[in-house]
Design a protein. Structure first.
Lengths: 318, 463
């Protein structure tokens, strides 16, 4: 973030609280603490009920042959569900497709958002229009996005084949071709969510004091050198945040795949969560689906941990 | 941010009038109250029903189905007749969902959540799985009596298809076999149409291949279209029909889906035959569902293997004379893949009045079986099947016999119409037809992909 000039801290020894105890400045009063917990209680209740309890249930059922339609946990399976997942070809292909989607979307969403933010930041007038234009798709729900892009990619009569026709290209049925379907979904996703990263970057850019750029310009730095030496380093926190959010969101993709291709053609766009939903809710096997979910959970935790270590390294070297 | 917070200075005096916080709080409270009253008004509203556990829309019938396209349009006219009979458009809430696995997933989850539809459509091969899962109400003689029906009102084979253990769980509506559509003009030119204007009977491999070759000569394109792109069910149905025409064919799956009992030799022979026909150009190697219909209608092919439900599409094409017959017996005996649409009553807390209302709806639709039969289906209600009006329907009369040689999908918790089993097997057969896999490769892939399902005990049966 920006460099602030903070006022000198108040020496702790001199101040005392009304009840006579020394004011250490950092410890919260018991009265305030209790009020804080009470404010948290409603949210904590729903958080426990809808997040913590289902996660524990998932961990437990992954060791049983739990069925969707039968009561109880079912017979004990030990690690059989995990072994089944490792032995299934469609488990590995689902994981690979999820990774493929992450690779297709994360770099454009980070780089393009940065580029557009830098360009929009240069505008003196009309910046509001570009903020609106980039952010508006983000406001739409996933079903709308699915419909729009299915129309665009409709073989023969959609917008994309029509444009291809104007350009003299052979029309491709993007969502019906196993090698292109994932690209089509990635394009729809980038269009949909670039606004969010764009706004994050724009806010970060507007925090950078103009004096730094002016000083660099006086020293003879070209615009590209300014971007490389001032903008990028000062936005490094934003960038790591954006990259982390992007990666985790991409690993959890479901809506666009379910709505646009249902995992097809064949299983070429079947990703981890659509496969989990198929195993759990279509095959009625909650136990097996939980095992798959736990494995995905481990992957996401691992990535978050890596980011923590990376950031700690960054802090130490900064 | 780069602003500094004031430290210990007197805060700016508040402006007169309500503060922004108070206006926002008041607005939120007002909106919340409006929302709550709107949501809770009428005990049948989904929000109140979900929170309080009361039944959903107790005075009207909720009906779920998976009929789209021509079938869907026809169904809407039948539902409108019911609404007129009841005198109110509110008497029925009908919802149509995407065909196949997505539909059944919704029915299962709705029943588990205790808010299922009053009546739903199900394929006979999928209804038995739902019954095993304990999600359906048994169809007793008393229940049928509420609609003035009995078990003998229906064709026996279709009635028996809904049997699980000692009880029956389905009310049959129709049987829909896989049949052969033919373009009468093209076939006339190929010399395959008799004096009665109908297709001559074709029996045996030589006659069948000769016919296809003749047609190919006329069209200059192919003899027959069989859709196999994005249509795994279609590929499966073609395979099932030809496979069961061979002597010695056994069910693909046995022991309720735990065993692979297919006659591998015959399965390979069938796939080989399909691949061979595609290789010699007698059938299309690569075509999708809609494209296959277009090829037949525009005279680029003379035959098409397709479900009889496409009759409405064909009848809508101007200037097309077509006919439908059972798929010719190419091998040893007649056979046709088929499934049946049935009504199911999902399990939930019902009053007798609700039961009566639901059965009244079923009766109304069954009374309109002739309208449904005009959509190509073979009615399961004997009264309609044996009526002179149905027997006079053309071309339905020509293929009604296909319902008698119907071969359902093998039993299994992952099998049935639109199921994972059909998707796996159908995809491989489609590849063989596309010349992208050999029959042995396809069979190996099928075995490998089915391995998980074969080894997994049924999650729907009580353990």
């Amino acid at each position: 973030m920006t460099t602030l000039t903070t006022p000198p801290p108040v020496p702790p020894s001199a101040a005392t609280r009304p009840d006579g105890s020394p004011d250490t400045g950092t410890r919260v009063k018991t009265r305030d603490a209790r009020a804080g917990w009470l404010f948290l209680a409603p949210f904590a209740f729903f958080y426990a009920l809808f997040l913590i309890v289902p996660t524990l249930y998932m961990l437990i059922t992954s060791f049983f042959n739990t069925s969707l339609v039968r009561p109880g946990l079912g017979s004990f399976a030990g690690f059989a569900n995990y072994a089944e997942m490792f032995g299934r070809a469609d488990f590995w292909s689902a994981m690979w497709h999820t990774l493929q989607f992450t690779l297709y979307t994360t770099p454009p969403l980070v780089v393009l958002a940065f580029v557009f933010a830098v360009l929009a930041n240069r505008l003196k007038r009309g910046q509001w229009f570009y903020r609106l234009a980039f952010f508006l798709p983000f406001v739409l729900p996933s079903a709308t996005i699915g419909l729009i892009w299915v129309f665009i990619f409709t073989p023969g009569t959609g917008l994309w084949p029509t444009v291809q026709g104007w350009l003299g290209m052979e029309p491709t049925a993007v969502l019906a071709d196993p090698s292109w379907a994932m690209v089509g979904i990635a394009i729809a996703t980038v269009w949909w969510t670039i606004g969010f990263n764009f706004v994050l970057y724009l806010a970060g850019l507007q925090d950078i004091p103009r004096e730094l750029y002016e000083a660099a310009a006086v020293d003879g730095a070209s615009p590209w050198q300014q971007i490389r030496s001032i903008t990028l380093p000062l936005l490094s926190r934003t960038t790591t945040l954006v990259v982390l959010l992007q990666i985790i969101a991409s690993l959890k993709i479901f809506d666009q795949v379910y709505l646009m291709t249902q995992g097809g053609p064949g299983i070429s766009t079947q990703v981890a969560l659509t496969q989990i939903a198929a195993i759990g809710f279509t095959d009625n096997r909650i136990g097996a689906a939980s095992a798959f979910s736990v494995l995905l959970f481990i992957v996401i935790i691992a990535i978050a941990l890596i980011r923590q270590l990376f950031e700690r390294n960054q802090d130490r070297s900064a | 941010m780069s602003t500094r917070l004031p430290q210990g200075r007197a805060s700016v005096p508040a402006p007169p009038g309500p503060s922004r916080r108070r206006v926002l709080a008041g607005g939120l409270a007002g909106a919340g109250a409006l929302g709550l009253t709107g949501g809770l008004s009428g005990c049948g509203s989904p929000l109140a029903a979900g929170v309080a556990g009361t039944p959903l829309n107790p005075e009207s019938v909720t009906f779920w189905n998976l009929f789209g396209g021509g079938d869907g349009a026809r169904l809407q006219t039948m539902l409108d007749v019911y609404r007129e009979e009841q005198g109110s458009p509110e008497s029925l809430t009908a919802a149509t969902f995407a065909w196949g696995n997505p539909y059944y997933t919704k029915v299962v989850l709705a029943t588990l959540g205790n808010k299922p539809p009053d009546v739903a459509v199900a394929h006979a091969t999928r209804a038995t799985i739902l019954a095993e899962a304990g999600l359906l109400e048994p169809i007793t003689d008393d229940l049928l009596g509420l609609a003035g029906l009995s078990s003998s009102s229906f064709t026996e084979s279709v009635w028996e298809a809904g049997r699980v253990g000692d009880s029956y769980y389905t009310i049959p509506l129709d049987t829909h076999p896989y049949v052969l559509f033919y373009n009468a003009e093209v076939c006339q030119q190929a010399g395959l149409v008799g004096d009665d204007g109908k297709l001559v009977t074709i029996e045996g491999r030589e006659a069948f291949e000769a016919a296809l070759t003749e047609i190919k000569g006329v069209t200059g394109d192919v003899g027959m279209v069989c859709s196999n792109v994005g249509d795994t069910s279609g590929s499966w149905r073609l395979f099932q029909t030809l496979y069961w025409q061979m002597d010695g064919a056994t069910d693909f799956l046995g022991e309720a889906g735990q065993q692979l009992t297919v006659n591998e030799e015959l399965a390979l022979a069938t796939m080989d035959y399909i691949g061979g026909l595609a290789k010699s150009g007698l059938i299309t190697p690569t075509i999708d569902y809609a494209g296959a219909g277009t090829k037949l209608f525009t005279g680029k092919a003379g035959f098409q293997t397709q479900g009889e439900w496409e009759i409405t599409t064909a009848q809508g094409i101007e200037g097309l004379t077509f006919g439908m017959v059972p798929i010719p017996t190419v091998f040893d005996q007649p056979a046709a893949q088929a499934d049946s649409h049935t009504f199911i009553i999902p399990r939930m807390e019902r009053t007798d009045a609700q039961r009566e209302l639901a059965m009244g709806f079923v009766k109304s639709l069954l009374d309109q079986s002739l309208t449904w039969a005009e959509g190509g289906h073979v009615p399961a209600l004997k009264a309609t099947l044996e009526s002179p009006e149905y027997q006079a329907l053309e071309p339905q009369a020509d293929y009604a016999s296909a319902a008698e040689i119907a071969k359902y999908d093998p039993p299994g918790w992952y099998s049935g119409s639109g199921s994972t089993f059909e998707n796996i097997v159908g995809a491989q057969i489609g590849l063989v037809q596309q010349q992208l896999a050999s029959p042995q490769q396809a069979l190996d892939a099928i075995k490998e992909q089915l391995r998980t399902y074969l080894d997994t005990p049924s999650p729907v049966l009580g353990s």
